[in-house]
Design a protein around this ligand. Structure first.
Ligand SMILES: NC(=O)c1ccc[n+]([C@@H]2O[C@H](COP(=O)([O-])OP(=O)(O)OC[C@H]3O[C@@H](n4cnc5c(N)ncnc54)[C@H](O)[C@@H]3O)[C@@H](O)[C@H]2O)c1
Length: 330
């Protein structure tokens, strides 16, 4: 018997690929998005799929969420399990500072969506958290672990961490629900997910490729003189979500890091993109500074690798190639 998945934020980077992978394996998906940061374009290839029901709904709208709940109540008896995956979020660096909207959608929205899952006796709830919670201690030798203590920047430094603080709160809701036996689930701390379909031109990978394409010069923040990051392709981030959702033992309410350990300096990322685009000497201009931005963010992923068979499949080299091909196509 197939499973029924409910995905919030389905047209976002994670949601659309999750839906694709689930439909491919024969599951049924109900998804919604209010297009805060996406468009129906991202699911154009699956929109007509008979096992996908899509709605332009807002997670903060009680009436619309009641309609979703009603639909699930009607359909669920035909499925072996009902699994909720919460991808809807006010996310991306420029929105991190918006305390009110990150709190409304990321904390209150998550909490009421999980309450719905509990009322519908869902088997599991997957909570998308973030590696931003590691804040100013995002790197230690071997990568930060889920159980490491946090060193967070706060209102004395920058409003940026309000996003991370909200996501951290959702991890407590998740753990509490599992501890109380209300459903199974876990939280996932993703690091720097990217996709060939990314809409946000300010995101570092599309930003670099677009600037190289337009004028061969890339404007980077001063932080990029030293910053290093890892980048996780959304095919891999979604495979991790499904590996966790499929593993009964992993759904213990705890947190999982999901990332690659392929670290690259941002200036080297520019050189990698340029090389793939046939540009010999990319010019880099440094402008502006972002507070509360750790120099490195390296996650230890032993926990998910121990509990599931997941490991990233798409190297940065291959992922960048996919992004460049897509941008050239469009
Ligand atoms: N992209 C990353 O690097 C990254 C890193 C860490 C964690 N995350 C988390 O992973 C999850 C998925 O993120 P993503 O990368 O797919 O981001 P995304 O912005 O591409 O997707 C989020 C989706 O949520 C939708 N949304 C926003 N507000 C909504 C609302 N009120 N109602 C319904 N839909 C709404 C947006 O329109 C968007 O389509 C989020 O919870 C995010 O916080 C992402």
């Amino acid at each position: 018997m197939a499973k029924l998945y409910i995905i919030s934020g389905i047209t976002g980077m994670t949601g659309n690929e999750l839906a694709r992978q689930l439909l491919q394996r024969g599951d049924t998906v109900i998804g919604f998005d209010n297009f805060f940061a996406s468009s129906p374009h991202t699911i154009r290839d699956i929109l007509q799929h008979p096992n996908l029901s899509f709605f332009e709904y807002d997670i903060n709208c009680t009436d619309q969420m009641q309609k979703i709940e009603q639909l699930i109540a009607e359909k669920k008896e035909h499925f072996e399990k009902v699994i909720y995956i919460n991808c809807a979020a006010v996310v991306h660096t420029e929105h991190f500072y918006h305390v009110e909207s990150t709190f409304d959608t990321n904390v209150l929205g998550m909490r009421s969506f999980m309450a719905q899952a509990i009322r519908q006796k869902a088997y599991a709830f997957i909570n998308c958290s973030t590696s931003e919670v590691y804040s100013m201690q995002s790197w230690v030798e071997g990568g930060v672990r889920e159980s490491d203590y946090l060193l967070m920047d706060h209102a004395e430094h920058s409003q940026r961490t309000s996003y991370a603080a909200g996501k951290l709160m959702t991890e407590f809701f998740m753990k509490d629900a599992v501890d109380r036996g209300l459903l199974k689930g876990c939280s996932i701390r993703f690091a720097n997910v990217y996709s060939k379909n990314e809409l946000y031109p300010k995101h570092i990978i599309p930003h670099i490729i677009n600037e190289l394409k337009q004028n061969g010069t890339v404007v980077l923040l001063e932080n990029s003189k030293v910053n290093k990051r890892t980048f996780l392709h959304n095919i891999d981030s979604c495979a991790a979500v499904l590996a966790l959702a499929d593993s009964d033992a992993a759904l213990d309410g705890t947190v999982y890091n999901v990332a690659t350990d392929e670290e690259i300096a941002i200036v080297d990322l520019v050189k990698l993109c340029a090389k793939k685009m046939g540009i010999d000497n990319p010019q880099i201009v440094f402008e502006g500074y972002r507070a509360s931005d750790p120099e490195r963010r390296l996650l230890n992923t032993d926990k998910i690798r121990r509990r599931t068979l997941w490991k990233p499949q798409i190297s940065l080299d291959k992922g960048i190639q996919m992004c460049i091909e897509e941008i050239n196509k469009n």
